[in-house]
Ligand binder design. Sequence first.
Ligand code: GLC
Length: 554
Amino acid sequence: MQKTAVIKNEEWWKSGVIYQIYPRSFMDSNGDGVGDLQGVIEKLDYLNDGTERSLGIDAIWFSPIFPSPMADFGYDVSDYCDIHPLFGSLDTFDKLIAEAHRRAIKIILDFVPNHTSNLHPWFLESRSSRQNPKRDWYIWRDPKADGSLPNNWGSAFGGPAWEWDEQTGQYYLHSFLKEQPDLNWRNPQVKKAMLDVLRFWLERGVDGFRMDVIGMIMKDADLRDNPFLMGDTVSSDAANSYSQQKHLFDQDQDEVHNVIREIRKVLDEYPQRVGIGEVWYELPRWIKYYGANGDELQLPFNFRLMHVPWNARAVQGSVDEMEGALPDFAWSNYVLNNHDSPRLISKIGEAQARIAAMLLLTLRGTPTLYYGEELGMENTMINKDSMRDPQGFRLGREYSRDPGRNPMQWTGDRYAGFSTVEPWLPLAPDYQERNVQVESKDPVSLLSLYRKLIQLRKQQPALQVGSYRTIQVNSPDCFVFERELDNNRFLIALNFSAIAIDLQLPKFPGGKIFLSTYLDKNEALVSNDLKLRENEGVIIKIENTLHNHGMKNG
Ligand code: GLC
């Protein structure tokens, strides 16, 4: 399978590396145990100071930094056009943009369009009376004739998606917490107000948005009941109705694409802006979020590698399926960790963290790193006293997302150099060995590997935007693929197993190892008999053979 891409200069989001910061956990500059924007400013050089000493990322996506009562840690916004005092002010934000741009780092904000906080002035007005002009900005319904809920939809955080409002005698819809009422995007005033929010930040210089649960913003016009996965019509367990239902009517409606096209038009009023979306659906529906002509999201997040079993066949299968399904105009992307998931290394183990790094940074598609992934940060331990995540409180501790939201590990000092006081979430137990200070000094640390991989990707356009094709090999434990641009060819061979493997590459003109995940051998010549050590990945620069395309398509 072969895909080539023509890349235009302004498409930085194709060639660049995105880095997600969960702002509460990155760097606390004012000693309150919670991260803030000034803290990020102080650490920008770590992210990219233009030299090989820094990580070299190209863009930061911030989870929400807006005023919020923090029922869902910022995903319940009470003012879309300001900064939460916990994180700073609009002045701090302007300084952040200027300092980031000075270092060629783009800034991507989190846009939360499906719901506001229940304390947002819009909702306060809406719930004040049935006659209020903003009543229809949210989704209000009477009970059914028999007094039951308006329909059977469940909240993603457990329980029904409807909350009774005593004062006005109606239910309102909340797909998440009752503190997160869903906006009614069918109301043109809502749409206008939300598009104006985008313009507010675009004018301030932000380079794009990650759009929270964007596929959920349109609901079935008649709010019909969802069918149950097991074919039942009545749930015996209302608390779990969300996970038991097929989400036919509460999300992913065809009409959502009209709205996303309008959002994209706003982005396109400004040069070089990117629209990224949190979209979970099965491939055929997921692909629609690019738009039939590439006129919707440039990057619907691809979370598939977070969920496949960690072995060569499953990972390759997922990548090939994606590559095969994408229309020519669409650009792929890969995510291994985020603020809603456990940290990948806690699932795949330390030895495979290096394979994950090489995979993410050599595939054809924009990589998104989650802060601390470059250090190999593991999940932190949460007990019932330290749990903060509402999902954990509602669905049970095993559903808590706190373990992967742990404070960044800067040093081995008390509180890991993250703060001068006890952080809002416990540090992971390994922070004294695994932190920026220790790993920066160690030339073969995971952090050093990430730095090298990102550098290499920058220096070699073939690794950024070159074509991708799978190479068939003799071992089921290895994933081997080729990237090529203008006759610059790289072969990436990844050993997903803990045993050494003698790999037979197909007819091969020869080449040199550019980088091994062990960070020890360089420039070694290789033939088509390639020996990979346990858990080893290598990038090989294939000899330039203008007239000889020896390898067959996989
Ligand atoms: C998204 C966010 C998640 C949040 C939810 C509700 O899934 O990633 O953190 O809780 O939306 O806004």
